[in-house]
Design a protein around this ligand. Structure first.
Ligand SMILES: C[S@@+](CC[C@H](N)C(=O)[O-])C[C@H]1O[C@@H](n2cnc3c(N)ncnc32)[C@H](O)[C@@H]1O
Length: 234
């Protein structure tokens, strides 16, 4: 089942995305700066294309392309409006390939050397759809290749305690009433899961146990590697 992302990430959700992430994901720029280093240490050879799955407005692609002009980069996103913004942002980087679609639309023989999936999985229901996306990713990766994930996570009590911490991280200019309403409704909008469940999904999709490299408030970051034993065309 495909989640209807084009409908969610359209109009102001797409055009206002970059402003939104900078307010509600306070360390977003630090993660973008860390990402190329994290991938570089995980793929010593780096001669295979890297996929940014759910590339949105192209921020990860820009960070990776700037830090490593030699990398072959591909981005895919089902929202036409997000991809349009990514195209504008990346006009100077003609070697970055962008596609409007789902990971499942990509050829099985793509054999990516690394994949990033940042702030995507937490929008997808855990009714088989999260697992299906992770499997679609795993099938297109080289054995041993790293997957970098960032998501809102936790058990319900953990999430609500960490939402209070996130409130303390909001920029001073943010309207407290807007912030309070957005954070109050977040648990109903986001398909967050505990870390243990994420580990199970990754295992079932053909990845190693995830290593958490980051946490701030409700957000976690993990790196997992595609198992060598997984049978695919790569
Ligand atoms: C919150 S945005 C994150 C964008 C970007 N990764 C970032 O960190 O700024 C989530 C994006 O995932 C995309 N998406 C959702 N399901 C997807 C799928 N199955 N394959 C690829 N992208 C998907 C959405 O269209 C949306 O642009």
């Amino acid at each position: 089942m495909q989640f209807d992302y084009p409908k969610i990430f359209k109009s102001h959700r797409a055009t206002g995305y970059d402003d939104f992430v900078r307010a509600y994901i306070p360390f977003y720029e630090h993660i973008m700066a860390l990402l190329p280093k994290l991938i570089a240490q995980a793929i010593p050879e780096g001669n295979r294309p890297i996929l940014v799955a759910g590339c949105g407005t192209g921020n990860e692609l820009l960070a990776l392309a700037t830090a490593h002009p030699e990398w072959q980069l591909e981005g895919i996103d089902p929202s036409p409006e997000m991809i349009t913004q990514a195209r504008h942002k990346l006009t100077a980087y003609s070697r970055v390939r962008l596609a409007n679609g789902y990971v499942s639309d990509l050829p099985l023989g793509a054999c990516y050397g690394a994949v990033t999936l940042l702030f995507v999985l937490h929008f997808i229901p855990d009714d088989g759809a999260k697992l299906s996306l992770l499997r679609d990713v795993a099938k297109r990766m080289l054995p041993g290749a790293p997957l970098v994930l960032l998501d809102i996570f936790g058990r319900p009590a953990e999430l609500s305690a960490n939402l209070e911490v996130l409130k303390l991280m909001m920029p001073p200019a943010a309207d407290p009433a807007v912030v309070a309403e957005r954070l109050r409704t977040l648990p109903n909008r986001i398909k967050y899961i505990p870390e243990r469940r994420l580990a199970t999904l990754l295992e079932d999709a053909g990845f190693s146990a995830p290593q958490r490299f980051f946490q701030a408030a409700i957000y976690g970051g993990w790196i997992a590697y595609r198992k060598v034993s997984l049978r695919t065309s790569c």
